[in-house]
Design a protein around this ligand. Structure first.
Ligand SMILES: [Zn+2]
Length: 291
């Protein structure tokens, strides 16, 4: 009964994956020590940092959390380093574990920072002739006042091989914001059409039924699924080629069968998308332009 009242929702975030490390600290269950407040700034500083380590001469301030877990976990995302540990592990053991992991931590922090810089430089300059990816193909956006009285707002036309042109019905005097909004409206319509088609396509082989689709635009969240069959997908997935988009659709539909990220979940995904690991990597590594 309780199960029915609770709504299980699983989201996934394609930031650098956490690499939990096994830890075999002794049974020192002495009273928990207060978490030390460490002042910013540092070379790498998590916005919610409460502890700091000196790794290879570089100060790294990280978010630290105690929880119900058996190992010390490390994760690096756009914010920085986060460390979580079982309640009973003393702080000096955590300091030691962070030091032992320093190569991995510094490498991941550096990679994440570089990726962020790359995405920043890919910010879209909204003007006639701007290009952006649509289903993995380059699409050129053209302002086309001759379409001004149509009702669709924009129309896609194939140009050269592997290239697309989106004719947007706006006057040449349109502002960058008007152009961006018109393109976004068109992309969101495409997203809803494509997602619906792909959800219908993959539901039967997975033996699940989805109920409702909503579009999201949250920063790094690509999708989520609720136990009641509601699926949320980020409309910006339409920038990726179809197999990558399909992976996310299958990922969320698989949650209607397995509501966690256990080996059984990944087996379910693999049944339908055998090369999911590679597609997942593309989703993470191929930045999409900044909106
Ligand atoms: Zn998931």
């Amino acid at each position: 009964m309780m199960q029915r009242l609770l709504q299980f929702t699983f989201d996934f975030f394609e930031s650098a994956p956490a690499a939990p490390t096994t830890h075999s600290a002794g049974v020192d269950k002495s009273s928990p020590q207060p978490v030390q407040q460490v002042p910013a700034p540092a070379s790498f500083a998590h916005p919610r940092a409460t502890r700091q380590a000196m790794l290879d001469g570089i100060p790294v301030a990280y978010a630290f959390k105690r929880g119900k877990r058996r190992t010390i976990g490390f994760s690096v995302c756009a914010d920085g380093l986060a460390v979580s540990a079982p309640k009973w592990v003393p702080l000096y053991e955590i300091d030691k574990a962070v030091l032992e992991k320093s190569d991995w931590i510094l490498k991941k922090l550096q990679q994440t920072r570089e990726r962020h810089a790359r995405l920043e430089s890919a910010r879209i300059d909204w003007k006639d002739g701007v290009t952006l990816p649509f289903l993995g193909q380059m699409m050129t956006v053209l302002i086309d006042p001759h379409h001004a009285f149509g009702n669709a707002g924009a129309e896609l036309k194939p140009s050269a091989a592997e290239a697309l042109t989106l004719h947007v019905s706006l006057p040449h005097s349109a502002t960058p914001e008007q152009l961006r909004d018109a393109v976004q409206a068109w992309l969101m319509r495409q997203a809803r059409r494509i997602f619906t088609e792909r959800l219908d396509h993959f539901s039967p082989p997975l033996g699940v039924r989805w109920r409702k689709l909503s579009l999201s635009s949250a920063g790094t969240r690509w999708g989520s699924a609720s136990a009641d069959g509601a699926i949320r997908l980020n409309w910006r997935l339409v920038h990726f080629k179809l197999p990558v988009l399909d992976y996310v659709v299958v990922h969320e539909l698989s949650h209607l069968r397995v509501m966690d990220h256990s080996p059984r979940f990944w087996d379910t995904v693999r049944e339908v998308v055998p090369d999911y690991a590679q597609l997942r990597g593309q989703l993470r590594d191929e930045g999409i332009p900044r909106w």
